[in-house]
Design a protein. Structure first.
Ligand SMILES: Nc1c(C(=O)O)ncn1[C@@H]1O[C@H](COP(=O)(O)O)[C@@H](O)[C@H]1O
Length: 160
């Protein structure tokens, strides 16, 4: 099946990134979590990005706040799909700093950017990518979506 790498610029991002980890574990997808910072650990970033695809990863979810260069730099080094999670860190300019630095990638180096603090959707998107070639995971994604539909129908019933 292959595993998903969940990396973040600082341990302070973990409360946000935990949503991605929880979703992936719920789909029984193997997750490996690490702290990698483009600014503070550039050698580790280079090594991670260069070797992720030969180390068994299929998708990388990268979250960072502020001047969030981590997802884009990983995308520049790796042939794997990279999902970027803009994190609203404590000194942020309302989160816009990380949103724009992850979203506005130059042509040729895509990062699939989710909403601010949107790690849950990053986890679901990674599961969908894995599910595109793994029928067990695909079945779980279908069941998850069915669950969403049922919840809406149930909540609508409450209004009647
Ligand atoms: N944006 C980056 C990168 C990077 O892009 O490589 N490394 C750390 N950071 C971010 O700095 C914020 C504050 O980090 P600290 O809480 O450690 O001071 C975090 O949101 C982290 O993602």
């Amino acid at each position: 099946m292959g595993k998903v790498g969940v990396i973040m610029g600082s341990k302070s991002d973990l409360p946000v990134m935990q949503d991605a980890i929880d979703i992936l574990k719920g789909f029984d997808i193997e997750v490996e979590v690490d702290i990698v910072s483009a600014h503070r650990t550039p050698e580790k970033l280079f090594d991670y990005g260069k070797h992720a695809h030969t180390n068994g990863f299929k998708v990388i979810i990268a979250g960072a706040g502020g001047a969030a260069h981590l997802p884009g730099m990983i995308a520049s080094l790796s042939p794997l799909p990279v999902i970027g999670v803009p994190v609203k860190s404590s000194n942020s300019i309302d989160g816009w700093d990380s949103v724009l630095s992850i979203l506005q990638m130059p042509g040729g180096v895509p990062v699939a950017t989710v909403a601010l603090n949107g790690a849950k959707n990053a986890g679901i998107l990674a599961a969908q990518i894995i599910g595109s070639h793994d029928s067990c995971v695909l079945d779980k994604v279908v069941a998850y979506k069915e669950g969403l539909k049922l919840k809406v129908h149930e909540s609508a019933k409450d209004l009647k």
